[in-house]
Ligand binder design. Structure first.
Ligand code: SF4
Length: 245
C-alpha cells in the first residue's frame, strides 16, 4: 500500500538476477529495479518502454515493501547488488527501499543522467552519473549535475559513464572527464539500432556495434587517453536487444 508517508515507486519492471552489462559493475550478478518515467527523451534511448508515457499502462505504482518482496523473491533472500535504473530512477522516492535493503545486507547502485538530485544519493553504495552527449539531442544542466555530486557527499563509489556515437560525443566525454577529474571514466559505444518498445528482441546491427567499439578503442589509444576505460554493453553482446536479461 502507498500513502503520503510511504510514497509509491513507479516501476516498469523488476528482473534478475542477471549480470550487470555496463560500466563499473560490469559482470556482477545483479537484480534490476527499473523505474518508469524520465525527464529526458534521448534520441537513441534503449529503454523507451520505461520512458515513454504511452507505455505507462505497463508500469505499476508499488510500495517500497512490495518492491522489496519482489527483490527478495528473485534473489532467494541472498544479498545481491540491486541496480536502480530507468527511466530516471532519481525522480522516484527510493530512500526507504535502500534503507530496507541495507538492513538485510543488500547493496544498491543507481544510474542517472544527473538532472535531478536526491538527499538519499548519499545512502547508495554506487552512483553512476551518465550525462548525455550531443547525439542524444539533450542539453546537460551542469549545475543540476553538480548538485547530484553534492548530494552524494563522496559517500558512494562514483563513476562517470559516457555513451559515444561520434566525434562530437567524444569531445563532450573529454570535457566531462576534465570537469570531474576525481571520477573514473567509462566509455561505451552507442547502440544505433536500439530496441523498439513491443519489439525488444528485434534486429540489432551487431557488426555495426562492434565497429563502433573498435573505432572508440582506436580513438582513445591514439589520443593517449589512458585514464578512460572502454567497455561494450555485455548484455547486448550476449542477448542483443532482448529485454529483461
Ligand atoms: S536519460 Fe536514459 S532513460 Fe532517459 S531518455 Fe535518456 S537514455 Fe532513455
Amino acid at each position: 500500500m502507498t500513502c503520503a508517508l510511504h510514497p509509491g515507486i513507479r516501476v516498469s519492471e523488476i528482473f534478475g538476477p542477471t549480470i550487470q552489462g555496463e560500466g563499473v559493475l560490469i559482470g556482477l550478478p545483479t537484480v534490476f529495479v527499473r523505474t518508469g518515467g524520465c525527464d529526458y527523451r534521448c534520441s537513441w534511448c534503449d529503454s523507451l518502454h520505461a520512458v515513454d508515457r504511452r507505455f505507462r499502462h505497463d508500469w505499476e505504482m508499488m510500495s517500497p515493501d512490495a518492491v522489496w518482496q519482489k527483490v527478495i523473491a528473485l534473489s532467494g533472500g541472498q544479498p545481491v547488488m540491486v541496480s536502480l535504473s530507468g527511466g530516471n530512477p532519481a525522480i522516484q522516492p527510493l530512500g526507504q527501499l535502500i534503507d530496507r535493503g541495507h538492513g538485510e545486507g543488500y547493496r544498491f547502485a543507481l544510474e542517472t543522467q544527473g538532472s535531478v538530485s536526491k538527499q538519499w544519493f548519499a545512502d547508495l553504495d554506487v552512483l553512476v552519473l551518465s550525462p548525455k552527449p550531443p547525439s542524444s539531442e539533450m542539453t546537460t544542466d551542469w549545475a543540476a549535475f553538480d548538485a547530484c555530486l553534492e548530494a552524494a557527499q563522496d559517500k558512494p563509489q562514483m563513476a562517470l559513464k559516457l555513451v559515444v556515437f561520434d566525434d562530437d560525443d567524444y569531445a563532450y566525454a573529454k570535457d566531462a572527464a576534465a570537469r570531474y577529474p576525481q571520477l573514473p571514466v567509462y566509455l561505451q559505444p552507442g547502440n544505433h539500432t536500439p530496441p523498439r518498445p513491443g519489439d525488444e528482441d528485434g534486429f540489432i546491427d551487431m557488426a555495426g556495434v562492434m565497429r563502433r567499439m573498435e573505432w572508440l578503442v582506436e580513438k582513445v589509444t591514439r589520443d593517449r587517453w589512458f585514464e578512460a576505460r572502454v567497455l561494450p554493453q555485455l548484455h547486448v553482446l550476449l542477448w542483443g536487444n532482448k529485454r529483461g536479461v
